[in-house]
Ligand binder design. Structure first.
Ligand code: ATP
Length: 238
């Protein structure tokens, strides 16, 4: 079992402590969501896991292996792949080129080709637009490309940062259905979201960050009926 574990992790930038004493787990095969308002420390938690930000205290491990001191590309090779906030596709490269960039750490070209076909099967729109510049795609298509590019790195654990950001409800539903499918095909998912209602529908387990600390955690079904969550994050959608 390749479980991702954060144990009492603290991280930040300069004088800012963005997350403090955070402990969480993503069991193999699960969808776990990390909720919280703006600035709560969600993105920092993902950056810590993918090695962009270093832990000041505590540990991050994957399958029992401590990730301390590992470079981001080494962490990608272990199977942890980060799909960042605001998609960050390369606008002046084509859809195909963006996808191939996702496979840069891999040697087995035959497997890469198979995965490209798989990504095109999951996102037929990317196949249709394979030679189009990424910067000319719609917001929803760019999000699909960002997820497709992450899949090209053959993740065992996918870190998704706010995939619903700025998208129309119908596209968000499509993307969430695809996230569920990716998980069913064997990839664990840590999903950062502000859209708590949707995230709790697809996740098995949830953590809520408040001011850099885990304030609430539990099975998603239970949290959907939790008074505090309803009041703070579900609003009228509940
Ligand atoms: P959002 O939902 O708005 O993306 P978040 O929960 O992902 O928020 P983070 O981006 O992790 O929150 O930010 C946590 C804290 O760290 C905030 O106070 C933020 O201002 C600070 N922070 C984030 N990135 C940096 C940085 N590069 N330099 C300095 N401070 C930063």
């Amino acid at each position: 079992m390749k479980v991702l574990k954060l144990e009492n992790a603290t991280a930040g930038y300069g004088n800012v402590i963005a997350i403090r004493d955070v402990s969480l787990e993503v069991p193999e095969g699960a969808i776990v969501t990390l909720l919280g308002s703006n600035g709560a420390g969600k993105s920092t938690t993902l950056k810590l896991i993918s090695g962009i930000v270093k832990a000041r205290a505590g540990t991050v491990s994957f399958g029992g292996e401590n990730l301390a001191g590992m470079t981001p590309d080494r962490i990608v090779k272990l199977g942890i792949v980060h799909c960042p906030e605001n998609r960050q596709v390369f606008p002046h490269f084509t859809v195909y080129e963006n996808l191939m960039i996702g496979s840069y750490t891999r040697r087995d070209r035959r497997k890469v080709k198979e995965d490209l076909e798989r990504v095109y099967d999951i996102f037929p729109r990317l196949r249709e637009r394979s030679s189009q510049y990424a910067g000319t795609l719609s917001g929803g298509e760019q999000q699909m490309l960002a997820i497709g590019r992450a899949l090209m790195a053959a993740p065992r654990l996918l870190l998704l940062d706010e995939p619903s950001l700025g998208l129309a409800p119908i596209i968000i539903r499509e993307i969430f259905n695809i996230i569920k499918k990716i998980n069913e095909s064997g990839t664990s998912i840590l999903l950062v979201e502000q859209n708590a209602n949707l995230a709790l529908k697809i996740a098995d387990f949830a953590y809520v960050l408040e001011h850099g600390r885990i304030a609430i955690s539990g099975q998603s079904d239970r949290l959907r009926n939790d008074g505090r969550i309803k009041e703070l994050y579900l609003g009228s959608h509940s």
